[in-house]
Write a protein that binds this ligand. Structure first.
Ligand code: NAP
Length: 319
């Protein structure tokens, strides 16, 4: 017989899939967005997209460039970056920016260089992955936490410091439906060692933290950029192939394409919706609830998260 912890997890998973399998699948996209075209014109805009050589990030970069944007594509593989830049045959242009986004020195350097060259209209914090193995970066940060959250904070801070983000800039963060299962727990963002590391738990925390960070960014007043947080649905990408092979085998027929996963990011950048209530997470051009279960409301406050990120980034950067 399963122990009570195992039973609780099984019931939790059942509730999660019963509630979300349809909306997060390709069928959900078809139902909510369907064939609606996105007639956006990003001509003259300068975009920054992280994790741009694969999956959803690549589709965002190509989709923005096709609509006229100049896209700075951040990723770590020079050959993939060159191939991406060569693939932008439309009106805009893609400029490769080589950066290892789990290393804060690299992220800070890239952010400062981008800011020195001019303002940013749209910043997409897309890079993210589920790390089942516990690996510390050379800067001593758990790799998933570094890539999924700390690097977003450092990049954002470098761009703000350099004056590249202003009231007309848009920040879009790529969270995940995984965050529905987590109340923000600052001590669970980064495990102290391999024994205490759980890739699923850490990923859900990073994705919940992106939602909290969006609240913080939107609390900074009228002269600060506005931020939106979104979920792409379940998308058939290399990331899913490598981190969730069983899930992919089961759901493959209903997984979304990368373009479908990218759609809401492009739509948000084009429409920049302003709503009375800022709480929520965007999926398929609509605002969904930020919490599906009452217990996730009891998480840490955005300000506490920011204090933690500031301190952790300073340590990683040796400041
Ligand atoms: N796919 C889904 O169903 C799904 C669902 C919910 C949320 N999301 C979120 O959507 C975002 C994109 O996911 P995806 O599935 O498109 O991911 P993906 O297929 O794994 O692509 C990630 C991209 O980021 C790059 N990257 C990864 N680590 C990097 C690092 N340390 N430095 C620089 N570049 C790095 C990868 O480059 P390399 O090729 O060099 O690794 C690749 O270009 C993530 O934040 C993910 O959490 C995805």
């Amino acid at each position: 017989m399963a122990d009570s912890g195992g039973m609780k997890n099984a019931i939790g998973a059942l509730v999660f899939y019963a509630r979300f399998a349809l909306p997060f699948s390709r069928l959900g996209f078809r139902r909510r967005v369907g064939d609606a075209r996105l007639d956006a014109d990003f001509t003259g805009q300068r975009w920054v997209v992280t994790g741009a050589t694969g999956g959803i990030g690549r589709a965002i970069a190509l989709g923005a460039a096709a609509r006229g944007a100049q896209v700075l594509a951040l990723a770590r593989d020079g050959r993939k970056l060159e191939a991406l830049a060569g693939g932008a045959l439309d009106r805009g242009r893609i400029t490769p920016v080589l950066a290892e986004l789990s290393l804060m020195q690299d992220v800070q350097r890239a952010g400062a260089a981008i800011a020195a060259a001019g303002p940013v209209d749209v910043l997409v914090h897309n890079v993210g992955l589920m790390c089942h193995e516990f690996i510390r970066t050379p800067e001593g940060v758990e790799r998933g936490f570094a890539t999924n959250l700390l690097g977003h904070w450092v990049l954002d801070a470098a761009l703000r410091r350099g004056g590249a983000l202003g009231p007309r800039s848009a920040i879009i963060s790529m969270s995940s439906g995984g965050m529905y299962g987590a109340a923000l727990d600052l001590d669970a963002l980064e495990a102290a060692d391999a024994e205490r590391h759980n890739g699923f738990v850490a990923y859900a925390q990073h994705k919940r933290a992106q939602v909290a960070l969006t609240h913080y960014w939107n609390s900074l007043g009228e002269n600060a950029p506005r931020a939106w947080v979104m979920h792409p649905g379940w998308v058939d990408t290399d990331g899913v192939r490598s981190a969730l092979p069983g899930f992919r085998r089961f759901f493959r027929p209903v997984l979304r394409t990368a373009e479908e996963g990218a759609d809401t990011a492009l739509w948000l950048a084009a429409t920049r919706p302003r709503l009375a209530s800022e709480e929520g997470i965007w999926l398929d051009r609509r605002l969904d609830a930020e919490h599906a279960f009452a217990f996730t409301r009891d998480g840490a406050a955005p300000e506490a998260l920011v204090a933690r990120l500031q301190a952790r980034a300073a340590r990683a950067l040796g400041a």
